[in-house]
Design a binder for this molecule. Structure first.
Ligand code: ATP
Ligand code: MG
Length: 423
């Protein structure tokens, strides 16, 4: 076994035993998005490197050290596996001029790639569901996103996920704050770690996003952006909070919450939990009104969020609030002998046409060993087509999960019996 090929570190397989949880999550999310009027958009997994550098910002963890960037051997172009979806989504909306038709409520989902140190809740290939509302200035739509998330946690059976919000203000108030912050950070330069020193002039707000415990005091003592806010930003933030209160969504204002990416303004938010150690954030987002122009398009207001699917699945696996539907077939068809093949196939197809999931035994096997397989499949019924059943144009049906005897019935009666217990 020593020379079998293994998956790349930090990139996981989802095995069949775990798939029902993923599928339950995906089904729930799809219905939830439909309930709020969001439509699906699907972008390529690979984009030009420049897209991410221009949108996410050069002085960020992602662009500085986490991107899977490579040169296309055929034409020398620099390409990158997408580390997040917002940049691609905005690129696609610009490229296809979607805002021409009015505001867009969009979502996407799929794998993202970041070269990080793998640990629980942190992988190199991970999955996000991203939601973007484009062409709407807020703050109503900012609130809509938060309300949506709160409802989704309920549908997924999750509690203890807390909403933290902040505002980064508009460009002017941020510039004022930035100057004040740089002055403060310079006054404590001896306590700054290497990342912080590098960012001090390139991207000082990001210093507040530091995860280094040694930096905690510096971050906590930092001046607050709030004190530099212009009136319009304050009003935006206040209305957002009014809406949240009106629909009973709890939140906490975190004055030093800044998001990891450069493109945010005004509202930023994170949903966090105590149950995932250092990987506490399950969903994060905010407003990014400057991104369209930054990517060369006509300016347009925008806001969105992305959730980390793996982190939510860990929480779901630990919660017992919702029952995840099993993926076992309803029926396993057992058949023995040449003459039974055709009726067994016909019965299996008829059940499937009637919407009943069926596994048909393939290969040889004694009646007894086939029944063992039927049992192991998790099916609720074995449908038995032996020679006597075939001759009588009937089928045997045996409950596998509940007590009950085998009966011989017409196929239509068997179908009714199966349906009767299926809902
Ligand atoms: P973190 O602070 O945990 O590094 P981030 O700020 O880099 O997160 P975002 O870019 O905001 O994360 O991505 C949104 C969400 O995607 C995160 O809140 C998290 O749930 C999830 N996520 C981000 N990076 C990873 C990863 N490497 N593995 C698994 N999930 C991730
Ligand atoms: Mg990160």
């Amino acid at each position: 076994m020593s020379d079998t090929i293994q998956a790349i570190r930090g990139m996981s397989d989802v095995l069949p035993a775990d798939a029902p949880l993923w599928e339950f999550f995906e089904d729930t999310v799809r219905q939830w998005l439909r309930d709020y009027g969001y439509r699906n958009i699907r972008m390529p997994i690979v984009e030009k490197t420049e897209l991410f550098v221009r949108s996410i910002g050069e002085v960020t963890d992602i662009v500085e050290k986490e991107m899977y960037t490579f040169v296309d051997q055929l034409n020398g172009e620099s390409l990158t596996l997408r580390p997040e979806g917002t940049a691609s989504c905005v690129r696609a909306v610009l490229q296809h001029n979607l805002l021409y038709a009015g505001p867009q409520r969009l979502f996407y989902s799929g794998p993202m790639f970041r070269h990080e140190r793998p640990q629980k809740g942190r992988y190199r290939q991970f999955h996000q569901v991203g939601v973007e509302a484009l062409g709407l200035p807020g703050p109503d739509v900012d609130a809509e996103h938060m309300v949506m998330c709160a409802r989704l946690w309920q549908r997924l059976g999750l509690d203890g996920i807390r909403l933290e919000i902040n505002t980064l203000g508009g460009a002017e108030s941020r510039a004022r704050y930035r100057a004040r912050l740089v002055k403060y950070l310079e006054s404590r330069i001896d306590e700054l770690d290497e990342d912080a020193r590098r960012r001090l002039h390139g991207n000082p707000l990001r210093v507040l996003d530091s995860k280094n415990p040694a930096m905690r005091d510096v971050v906590e003592q930092a001046p607050r952006l709030y004190d530099d806010l212009d009136e319009e930003s304050l009003r935006h933030f206040e209305t957002l909070q009014q809406i949240l209160r009106s629909v009973d969504i709890d939140y906490e204002i975190k004055p030093r919450l800044v998001r990891g990416l450069d493109y945010y303004n005004l509202t930023v938010s994170e949903w966090t939990t105590d149950r995932l150690g250092a990987q506490a954030t399950v969903c994060a987002g905010g407003r990014y009104d400057g991104l369209f122009a930054q990517l060369g398009g006509k300016p347009a207001p925008a806001c969105g969020f992305a959730m980390g699917v793996e982190r939510l699945l860990v929480l779901m696996a630990e919660s017992s609030a919702v029952e995840v539907p099993a993926d076992a077939p309803a029926v396993y068809v057992v058949h023995a002998g040449e003459e039974t093949r055709a009726p067994a196939w016909r019965a299996a197809e008829a059940l499937r046409q009637a919407g009943i999931p069926v596994v048909l035994h393939c290969g040889e096997g004694s009646f007894k060993s086939q029944m063992r397989r039927a049992d192991a499949s998790g099916a609720r019924f074995a449908l038995i087509v032996g020679e006597s059943e075939a001759q009588a144009n009937r089928v045997g049906i045996k409950p596998l999960r509940d007590p009950g005897v085998q009966e011989t019935l017409e196929l239509s009666e068997a179908l009714a019996r199966i349906r009767g217990t299926s809902n």
